[in-house]
Write a protein that binds this ligand. Structure first.
Ligand code: ADP
Ligand code: MG
Length: 240
């Protein structure tokens, strides 16, 4: 009987989409003054295209460290991290820069918008490294702002927008490059409940269009909406 079942299982494995990010046996240690801190200890994790994954866990558990590896902002101390086909340990600095410019968008808890620039100009800044024409840039920025429901707020400065709207501008800035993966570190951490729901709705609609979403959050309301949840504590990942 097992000889009948085994080939079917293999076929299923072959049909599954290739992971867009894969971590195998990853450790990341930091040298702090007179001691070594193990932020990640032997993490295995596969992210597939279209996943919506949340990462929960206590402060100091390694969440931001993991996110930086997932986003090709850092390299592992040991083990392998592959992002969109690139081995982070072997890729050149230029390769990693290209990867971040084209494949990955970041959103942070603090919106990090430039106060003197309008929403349109803040989003436009992300396109700087892509070398597009003015017309193409304007079209992309308009499209990204419309995507987050801010088509009519392009000429507003951050101080003229609510917290939820500012975070939506930050999301527009992250997606205007048309990345395959969006990474967010506590994107609703500074927002009240109604604004949180506003951001969640935007993230879910982007995910339903195929964007791979990885969100670090303390908020169980956010985690509840994810297709996959992991917990990260003391540098160890557990799938929930
Ligand atoms: P979390 O985001 O879950 O709070 P972090 O990834 O920020 O966790 O931190 C994990 C551990 O690594 C902590 O002990 C922290 O002090 C340490 N750490 C993080 N970044 C650095 C760094 N740049 N230099 C030294 N230690 C760090
Ligand atoms: Mg953190």
């Amino acid at each position: 009987m097992t000889t009948v079942i085994e080939p079917a299982v293999e076929d299923a494995a072959t049909d599954a989409p290739e992971p867009i990010i894969r971590l195998s046996g990853v450790t990341r240690t930091y040298q702090q003054k007179n001691r070594v801190v193990k932020a990640l200890t032997g993490v295995d994790l596969e992210i597939r295209p279209g996943d919506f994954l949340t990462i929960q866990g206590p402060t100091g558990g390694g969440k931001s460290t993991l996110l930086q590896l997932l986003g090709a902002l850092d390299r592992p101390t040991s083990g392998e991290v592959r992002v969109a086909g690139h081995d982070l340990a072997k890729a050149s600095g230029a390769d990693l820069q290209r990867l971040r410019a084209h494949e990955i968008g970041f959103v942070f808890q603090g919106f990090n918008l430039i106060p003197t620039l309008t929403a349109h100009e803040n989003v436009d800044m992300a396109l700087e490294p892509l070398g597009l024409s003015r017309a193409e840039r304007a079209e992309r920025v308009t499209e990204a702002l419309a995507h987050v429901g801010l088509a009519d707020r392009g000429d507003h400065r951050p101080s003229e927008l609510s917290g939820g709207q500012q975070q939506r501008v930050a999301i527009a800035r992250a997606i205007v490059k048309r990345p395959r993966v969006l990474l967010a570190d506590e994107p609703t951490g500074n927002l009240d409940e109604s604004m949180r729901d506003e951001i969640l709705a935007v993230l879910e609609s982007l995910n339903s269009e195929g964007l791979t979403l990885i969100v670090v959050t303390h908020d169980s309301a956010v985690a509840k909406r994810a297709g996959r949840r992991v917990r990260l504590a003391k540098g160890v990942v557990t799938e929930l």
